[in-house]
Design a protein around this ligand. Structure first.
Ligand SMILES: [Zn+2]
Ligand SMILES: [Zn+2]
Ligand SMILES: [Zn+2]
Ligand SMILES: [Zn+2]
Length: 175
């Protein structure tokens, strides 16, 4: 880490057309005139759709060679990392801006709401939830907390089963 950096304008990290976070490969408009060497950036699928374009999508400056790969910007987006929003729940992953959504979908520290009863307001990561189910609701749980292995949580009161695979995106529940 260099020091505490702030990105003042989040849009510079997004595609100028679809507004999704830019991730490699990134393309930009390259102008004939070297004075305008830094072109407006766009993602690979948008540049693919506009591969016959000869004017920048944003400022309409002529670009005789079309959109070109921009390695400098790729290095920039790959070097910007931020904390996971679940850091308060124990996640110490710092995904890049463009990998944030993907990480959130599989963050093992994502808080879960207690399925116990409407009156229960417990929210916490899976491991803590399991302890909570036993401690607060007296449900018998079998858990094997080991990476790559799945563990079953067997609940009473109308719940048939909850299967949670640690460290991956597979959370299934059936009731
Ligand atoms: Zn795009
Ligand atoms: Zn432009
Ligand atoms: Zn996380
Ligand atoms: Zn509860």
């Amino acid at each position: 880490m260099v020091y505490d950096l702030t990105v003042a304008d989040e849009s510079v990290l997004r595609c100028g057309i679809c507004f999704l976070p830019l991730k490699p490969p990134i393309f930009h408009a390259r102008y004939k005139d070297a004075l305008y060497a830094v072109g407006h950036a766009l993602c690979s699928s948008c540049s693919n759709r506009l591969k016959n374009a000869r004017k920048c999508h944003l400022c309409h400056v002529a670009m005789p060679d079309g959109y070109q790969r921009c390695h400098a910007l790729e290095d920039v987006v790959n070097s910007i990392h931020g904390p996971c929003p679940h850091a308060p729940y124990g996640c110490d992953t710092r995904p890049t801006y463009h990998a944030r959504e993907e990480h959130l979908l599989q963050c093992p520290h994502a808080p879960c709401h207690c399925p116990g009863s409407n009156a229960c307001s417990f929210v916490g990561p899976v491991a803590t939830l399991i302890k909570h189910l036993t401690a607060a609701h007296g449900w018998s749980c079998t858990a094997e907390a080991c990476d790559g292995a799945s563990f079953g949580v067997y609940l009473r009161d109308g719940f048939n089963f909850v299967t949670t695979v640690r460290g991956s995106a597979h959370y299934t529940s059936s009731y």
